[in-house]
Write a protein that binds this ligand. Structure first.
Ligand SMILES: O=C(O)CCC(=O)C(=O)O
Length: 257
């Protein structure tokens, strides 16, 4: 069965706002199964804390893993799930290439916030095709530190970024004034990497569990290679039309030496 991707109305909303929340993208059962996988990975790997440096040292925590498909095949299957790839192809074209993916658990009562930022600062590309999707594996109401966005901010282009977290000016883009995108288990939030976004503290008594994937058009070249990952370059939909095969920066350095 051909998957529809975004409707014309959803596409208009996305183009205007830089993001869209697709409700019930996965069933509650599918979300629950993936949530269990994420929590099992976290239990196997032991404690982690990916709290950003600009908000570290305040007793908060953020469990995470990169390259989740190397930890559980459920995420290999998810990467090429036609519902996901159809959503991406309707935004960036027929060819969709994996950049990276990661999981996050914001633990109860002390789940770290993400300062407001654009992902652009982490992995700038010439064509700005880079697109993120956050799959919610349990409910993310505001008190759990749901994602907050500045609708339309993707149209501002790259903004001045501060520190190693690349956060934007907190006076201009305070977390408190951003729009909370509350979500239920199974909802998918898709956004362009120029959208100003972040999220607050999890002050609830339950974890907030998410999986995040970033993809691009394979013809969209990075302006600097600063965020590579295992699995990067995998085609999730379509083909890589370039004559050359995908290479990490370290591979080209090795072949020219
Ligand atoms: O999960 C969140 O609340 C935001 C994650 C995020 O913005 C990021 O990883 O860049």
């Amino acid at each position: 069965m051909t998957r529809p991707g975004l409707s014309p109305e959803q596409r208009i909303f996305y183009d205007d706002n830089g993001y869209i929340l697709l409700k019930s993208f996965l069933s509650a059962g599918e979300a629950a199964a993936l949530r269990a996988e994420v929590h099992a990975i976290a239990a196997r790997q032991g404690p982690t804390n990916a709290t950003w440096s600009s908000v570290a040292g305040q007793g908060t925590a953020l469990e995470h893993s990169h390259d989740v498909q190397f930890r559980s095949a459920a995420f290999t299957r998810l990467l090429v799930d036609e519902r996901l790839t159809a959503a991406f192809t309707s935004l960036i074209g027929p060819n969709v290439q994996l950049h990276h993916n990661k999981m996050f658990i914001k633990p109860p009562e002390r789940g770290s916030p993400f300062p407001m930022h654009q992902d652009w600062g982490y992995f700038p590309h010439k064509g700005n095709s880079m697109t993120a999707a956050i799959l919610h594996l349990d409910a993310a109401p505001d008190e759990k530190g749901c994602v907050r966005v500045y609708p339309g901010s993707h149209k501002l282009g790259p903004l001045k970024a501060f520190g190693q977290d690349h956060h934007v000016d907190p006076d201009e883009f305070p977390l408190s004034a951003a729009v909370p995108v509350e979500a239920d288990a199974g909802d998918l939030l898709i956004f362009n990497y120029l959208l100003v976004h972040g999220s607050g503290l999890n002050v609830s008594n339950e974890p907030r569990t998410t999986w995040l994937v970033q993809v691009r058009d394979p013809e969209d070249e990075p302006t600097s290679e600063q965020h590579q990952s295992r699995g990067q370059g995998m085609m999730l939909a379509g083909i890589d039309p370039r004559g050359k095969s995908f290479q990490f920066a370290w591979e080209s350095a090795a072949s020219s030496s």
